[in-house]
Design a protein around this ligand. Structure first.
Ligand SMILES: Nc1ncnc2c1ncn2[C@@H]1O[C@H](COP(=O)(O)OP(=O)(O)OP(=O)(O)O)[C@@H](O)[C@H]1O
Ligand SMILES: [Mg+2]
Length: 321
């Protein structure tokens, strides 16, 4: 999201042609985002930010990240000679080395860049800066942040590496185990999840069309979807409990009523009440889901960028200018 009103969602994937035929088909040396996935049959697909940060440090990986970042800037349509200042969301517990690697790449194409933990961006956008807990369920990580009226310290935050991608893997394994004859891959699995995700008993049954030996057939995947989605919950609960306990006792009941869920994974049906139920031994619990799980974090970052101008950004976190 930009201060000029641009708003785009770019999947963090870059595709490169496998050979000259691919170059001819693609008409360019690489493509970024959904187009790369759509054409994956003849592209090498790379996910430079798979775990929310740069994974590896090889020159090749950095090059892929560079292609992704420059594409993101391009879709924001900056005017020539305009200053580009960006806030980049990273997992709550991203390492210093990871953050500086990302900033080094950003520096090549931006005038100023700041990395901030994603759940803090959400909290800022929602105005939940004190006695609140944010749970941001993304693809590579689930990030939790306890808001205590200051910038969260390392111990106020947690990053779990079982998130949306983990649910996809789990779901695929469970479907393969139950129906060994079907042909399935992670893209199909992810689509099934996004269409049908739920936790708790909702009484509905989920039937999907899959292929076995080239022939389509209808398969019931209700139990598999439920189990895969619920597999995230125990770790989230345990971490949330620890963060809630880190507040002064007199504030803990406020925090319990001020839990905010964000990120694509917060679209899992029934998740807010499922989590509230699991925490209910601590007292009255209210878990809300942000209105727009895709853009809420960016909206928070943009708000922060506009309310606290770039001159002050060095007080907010790791910065490159
Ligand atoms: N309806 C849905 N049900 C379950 N999961 C969903 C749904 N819609 C999207 N997701 C999942 O949400 C994840 C993407 O969420 P989000 O866009 O918040 O992640 P991200 O910010 O890119 O990742 P990260 O925070 O790890 O860097 C993906 O795993 C996606 O499959
Ligand atoms: Mg995220």
């Amino acid at each position: 999201m930009s201060s000029r009103g641009e708003k785009h969602m770019v999947r963090s994937v870059v595709g490169y042609p496998r050979d000259l035929i691919g170059v001819k088909l693609l008409g360019s040396p690489y493509v970024v985002g959904q187009e790369a996935l759509d054409k994956r049959s003849y592209l090498d697909i790379r996910y430079p930010l798979e775990d929310g940060v740069l994974r590896e440090y090889s020159e090749r990986d950095i090059e892929v990240a560079r292609h992704l970042l420059s594409h993101v800037i391009e879709v924001a349509k900056p005017k020539p000679n305009e200053e580009i200042c960006a806030i980049i969301g990273v997992p709550a517990r991203a390492s210093g080395a990871n953050k500086s690697l990302l900033l080094n790449i950003a520096q090549e194409m931006m005038d100023m860049a700041l990395v901030i933990s994603e759940p803090f961006m959400v909290a800022y956008g929602q105005g939940k800066l004190v006695n609140a807990l944010v749970i941001d369920i993304g693809a590579g990580t689930v990030d939790l942040s306890a808001l205590k009226g200051t910038l969260p310290e390392a111990e106020d935050q947690a990053t779990l590496t079982r998130a949306g991608n983990f649910v996809d893997e789990r779901l695929m394994a469970l479907i393969e185990e139950r129906y060994p004859e079907v042909q399935i891959n992670t893209h199909v699995t992810c689509a099934i999840k996004e269409e049908n995700s739920f936790v708790g008993d909702n009484g509905k049954s989920i039937k999907v069309e899959l292929r076995a030996d080239g022939k389509p057939g209808t398969y019931d995947v209700t139990d598999q979807v439920q189990a895969a989605c619920e597999s995230l919950v125990p770790e989230i609960i345990e971490t949330a409990e620890n963060l809630i306990r880190s507040f002064p006792p007199e504030h803990q009941s406020d925090v319990l009523k001020n839990i905010v869920m964000a990120g694509g994974g917060s679209r899992i049906k029934g998740l807010a009440s499922f989590i509230a139920e699991k925490l209910s031994t601590f007292g009255e619990v209210q878990v809300t889901t942000v209105a727009d799980p895709t853009f809420d974090g960016s909206a928070g970052a943009l708000k922060l960028a506009q309310e606290l101008p770039p001159d002050y950004w060095d007080q907010l976190g790791d910065l490159i200018a």
